[in-house]
Ligand binder design. Structure first.
Ligand SMILES: *Cc1c(COP(=O)(O)O)cnc(C)c1O
Length: 394
């Protein structure tokens, strides 16, 4: 295909992605439009980022207002947007303190450093270990990659962080088997995203929490993809009643501006990072924090959690019906508006390509899962439209 835009892009941009042959131009609500004006219903939300949909007027106005005032000052000073954003994160989570980052992977780096520092403050040792999960995804920087249970992503970049041991997700015994005197933390996604949409079982999450409490290890829950309302709870762990010691956020927390956070419970906040232990130039600047702050307000005003519960239930029913109807759909997994359909005997990439032709943006997860992570403002009618376009793509 010779699209002049795409040729130009491939000339200058490092080829680390095999991109779909589409050049997007603008978005409105839950629809995206390419440079030729073709419309797409978006069930990817820029990888679970655009929770409020595209061109939310109140959101964009808040950003414009902040640009006119101040975008950046560094972390040597205070700003009102940062205090407001921090207050809202703390209130929504019931946790103690927040550190803003520029991305998800940086939130993971901060969480790992906080866990190591907590253990160091406690016993002065420098050889602590971390337990992570097979098939997890925590990001691409070297620390986050070290706890990402995917050999293909890791192999060319070894040696990685030492002292990381892997256990099986939803298998408490396998976690127990990896614990040593040196273990300082367990890190996992409350709902595994990239790995194929696997929610933690209640028994597993509660079991890991109990182990952590027993042995003074910190529980790090990665809520970068499943948090910010996607499961019908502001943070997915709230449904389980299992508060982590450290939580990581990114993706939807800024709804389109690059921002993440790691959030510490009281124990980790008191006993880990001190002045000089961690920093960032851009992290939590007034511009991105104005976005975070507005996102929390709009979640309340637009009753996002209620919508996720209602429409998530509806989507679940629709996807279950598809599993009944088509032999190549093995099962549905997920919660609220983070759902996956496992496909057998057909390449998922082909289905996604057909979907794009039919005006539906879908993503994959793992090697054989269709992933549904739409904007959280979708309606039942949007779900009907998605189902119709998806069936056409089968
Ligand atoms: C996307 C993602 C990350 C990495 O976030 P980036 O902003 O891409 O660095 C980490 N953990 C999970 C669960 C994710 O989905």
């Amino acid at each position: 295909m010779s699209n002049p835009y795409i040729e130009k892009a491939e000339e200058a941009i490092l080829h680390t992605y095999n991109r779909y042959q589409i050049v997007f131009d603008h978005g409105e609500g839950v629809y995206l439009y390419d440079v030729d004006g073709k419309e797409y219903l978006d069930f990817g939300a820029g990888i679970a980022v655009q929770s409020l949909g595209y061109h939310n007027k109140a959101y964009t106005q808040a950003l414009k207002d902040q640009i006119d005032k101040l975008t950046h000052i560094s972390n040597l000073y205070y700003s009102v947007p940062m205090m407001e954003a921090a207050e809202k994160v703390v209130k929504a989570s019931g946790m103690s303190k927040v550190f803003f980052t520029n991305s998800g992977t940086e939130a993971i780096e901060g969480a790992l450093k906080a866990a190591k520092k907590y253990a160091y403050e406690r016993d002065g040792h420098v050889d602590h270990e971390i337990i992570a999960m097979n098939h997890s995804f925590h990001g691409r920087s070297l620390g986050a990659l070290s706890v990402t249970g995917n050999e293909h992503y890791q192999a060319p970049f070894k040696p990685l962080l030492p002292g990381v041991r892997f256990a099986d997700f939803n298998d408490l015994e396998s976690v127990k088997a990896q614990i040593t005197e040196k273990t300082c933390a367990v890190i996992l996604e409350t709902v595994q995203g990239e790995g194929g949409i696997y929610p933690a079982s209640e028994e597993f999450l509660k079991g890991v929490k109990a182990l952590c409490e027993e042995r003074d290890m910190l529980l790090i829950l990665d809520e970068i993809q499943c948090g910010m309302g996607r499961t019908g709870y502001m943070f997915a762990w709230q449904e389980y009643g299992v508060m982590p010691d450290i939580m990581t956020c990114a993706k939807a927390i800024g709804c389109g501006v690059p921002v993440g956070a790691f959030v510490l419970g009281e124990k980790a906040a008191k006993g880990s990072l001190k002045p000089g232990d961690h920093g960032t130039t851009y992290g939590g600047n007034p511009f991105v924090c104005a976005a975070v702050s507005k996102v929390f307000d709009l979640y309340e005003e637009e009753q996002i959690l209620e919508n996720v519960r209602t429409v998530g239930f509806y989507l679940t029913g629709k996807l279950d019906a598809l599993v009944e109807k088509y032999d190549f759909l093995k099962e549905r997994r997920g919660k609220g508006l983070i759902q996956g359909l496992e496909v057998v005997g057909r390449p998922v990439g082909e289905i996604v390509n057909h979907a794009l032709e039919n005006g539906l943006v879908l993503m994959t997860a793992g090697s054989n899962v269709l992933r549904f992570v739409p904007p959280l403002v979708i309606t039942k009618e949007d779900v009907d439209c998605m189902t119709e376009r998806l069936e056409k793509s089968f």
